[in-house]
Design a binder for this molecule. Sequence first.
Ligand SMILES: C[S@@+](CC[C@H](N)C(=O)[O-])C[C@H]1O[C@@H](n2cnc3c(N)ncnc32)[C@H](O)[C@@H]1O
Length: 281
Amino acid sequence: MTFPMNQPTDPDSKDTEHLPPVGCSEEGLSEQAKALATRLGAPWLGVVSPRHIDDCPAILWLDDNGLCLQATGRKAPGPVRAEFVAGKAGYRLAHGGGTGQLIARAVGLKRTHQTLHILDATAGLGQDAFVLAGLGHRVTMLERSPVIHALLEDGLARAAGDETTAPVVARMALIHADSISWLQQRAGQEPVADVIHLDPMFPHRDKSAAVKKEMQLFRPIVGDDPDAADLLAAALDCARYRVVVKRSRRAPAIPGPAPALKLDGKSSRYDVYPLRALPSD
Ligand SMILES: C[S@@+](CC[C@H](N)C(=O)[O-])C[C@H]1O[C@@H](n2cnc3c(N)ncnc32)[C@H](O)[C@@H]1O
């Protein structure tokens, strides 16, 4: 699966970055969608139906529901977007497991009552960051892919317009940058955050339908994050209390120092790299 190569707007983008063309569902959305195509340096398709496109595998498509990455062709699965209001994230915010859930235990939220500043250095579609912000913490998100960054930016803007999610996304800030260089520039200064959360891509073979749909579209865009070891090293130089790494259950730890603690969940695992104790009150 390949997209036209074009990456003039992202100084930090990886060699594997590919930009899908941009289109929209109706004339009234053209101006906004075209501005995005220009910003990304991606081809502009105008008003199109992804079902009727057969010369590229996926497009960035703006419709009434927001911006999505949409596979093309008649049998294409549904869109992939950053969604916080509806779906899994909205449900989890309303009924989620509090500080007992795996990500919260990994970050150490059971050990402290303080509000933390968490840096999510691999923001993706913002689901993990949203869980942490939903628990009351301040989250700064870094994402290097201009395509994923655009999807996340759109999801955050829609969530800011919803009364349930607005207070949560108000605690979330998004930066378009490569975390490795961003962190390296700040090493040796004040810690950039209390906890750094990492969830780099890993070339695993999860065959569940949901993972398949998202990953089929995601992987050609972001690649396999082969520089995860550099990211872990940079994070360890910049966190105040700990670095936590999400892995799929059977994936090896990121090469580098061994994690002091491994927390297993149903489908994923957290490797925890403590630096100093979290404040107890
Ligand atoms: C598996 S996804 C993260 C999913 C995310 N945890 C969520 O809940 O939606 C990994 C993301 O990290 C991004 N990424 C990987 N290495 C990065 C780096 N060095 N700097 C910034 N973003 C990075 C990739 O572009 C990709 O979007």
